[in-house]
Ligand binder design. Structure first.
Ligand code: EPU
Length: 337
């Protein structure tokens, strides 16, 4: 267990924003977490429950307490057609995906190479290439901050939707996640119809890909499109893709027939924010030390030494431009603190 005051959390946010927090606590087990919760006083507020810090923008030093799970461990409950994997919230997400692919447990492969930790996968409902964490989450175990009580939630309890869950809404700051149980299948049903996945597979001669081949292709696409935080600080997609009513979509697709889009249901369509931002001329541009990635305009980057306020200035200018040009509001996906 680690419990330190005035702690440098620069390496705990992939944006690479230099910042300190007033108290930093890292727990290795459920028991340690429950013990720590008994020591918290009103003076320790506000709390920030941090995973890998890969979806976080710090706008200054953090005046409260950062809680970080270092709960490790993976246990496997094998059944005939599926496997239940109970994983400590401090495990690295992509280690779990690799373990699944290596063992023939299917369903996570499209979520390869997403940065961050297991606890965050259940808060954020991480998603990529047509698959979301909610598709494999079976159970989420947590401790209630106010009471120290252990609780367990089903997938339905968490009310998952695109990049949303109760943990981001009405349960915000109420629970600390300790374990997530995923259900993987023993039969491989590749999901390759999203974007250019099939094309990329075929380019390599994979017409009936294995999960390992699919994982390799996805890692390749992500490495090509998304900046490496060790080279240029970033938090992946900075904005969520806006979901607009069909009438708005029809109006825009009349004006911009080339506009990419994904059907949500009969009433709504999702439009890639990256495309909207690129159309506003922002791709590859900088504002001071904050910038827009040159290969994916959805990703804001720290060009070196930027502070959170500079990134926020860029965020606001982009939102204004998208609003003025398209009449669409885009919202940050990252957690701004
Ligand atoms: N596009 C542009 N210009 C850009 C970026 C995108 O025209 O600068 C166009 C692309 O050509 C494509 C469409 O927009 O037609 C969608 O682009 P892409 O497939 O790259 O995905 P995205 O919608 O921009 C989402 C997720 C990513 C995830 C990818 C792949 C969100 C907020 N982002 O991005 O997730 O990897 O799909 O599934 O939903 C993340 O959350 O950090 C993240 C990287």
């Amino acid at each position: 267990m680690k419990d330190t005051n005035n702690y440098d959390i620069t390496s705990y946010n992939t944006f690479g924003i230099k910042a300190f927090c007033r108290r930093f606590v890292e727990f290795d087990s459920l028991e340690e977490l429950r013990l720590i919760l008994t020591t918290l006083t009103a003076g320790d507020a506000p709390l920030l429950i941090l995973g890998g810090g890969s979806n976080l923008l710090l706008t200054g030093d953090y005046s409260g307490t950062v809680l970080h799970s270092a709960i490790k461990g993976i246990s496997v409950d094998s059944m005939q057609e599926s496997v239940l994997l109970r994983v400590g919230s401090g495990e690295t997400w992509d280690d779990v995906v690799r373990l699944c692919v290596d063992n023939g447990w299917y369903g996570a492969e499209n979520l390869s190479f997403i940065p961050g930790e297991v606890g965050a996968s259940a808060v954020q409902n991480i998603g990529a290439y047509g698959v979301e964490a909610k598709d494999i989450i079976y159970k989420v175990e947590a401790v209630e901050i106010g009471t120290g009580q252990e609780v367990s939630f089903t997938n339905e309890d968490c009310a998952y939707s695109y990049r949303q869950s109760r943990f981001k809404g009405e349960w915000r700051d109420k629970y600390v996640i300790t374990y997530v149980t995923y259900r993987l299948k023993r039969t491989f049903c590749p999901q390759i119809d999203y974007g250019n996945i099939r094309l990329e597979l075929e380019k390599r001669g994979f017409y009936e890909p294995t999960a390992a081949q699919l994982r390799d292709v996805i890692i390749g696409i992500r490495k090509e499109k998304l900046p490496d935080p060790d080279v240029e600080g970033n938090a992946g997609s900075f904005f969520m893709n806006p979901v607009v009513p069909r009438a708005k979509y029809d109006e825009l697709s009349g004006l911009y027939p080339e506009m990419p889009h994904y059907r949500v249901d009969a009433e709504y369509e999702k439009i890639p924010a990256g495309w909207l931002i690129e159309c506003c001329g922002w791709r590859g541009k900088s504002l001071g030390r904050a910038g827009v990635h040159s290969r994916q305009a959805l990703v804001l980057v720290n060009r070196g030494g930027a502070d959170g306020k500079e990134i926020m200035r860029l965020c606001d200018m982009i939102r204004n431009d998208v609003r003025n040009k398209f009449g669409i509001e885009i919202y940050p996906e990252v957690n701004i603190k």
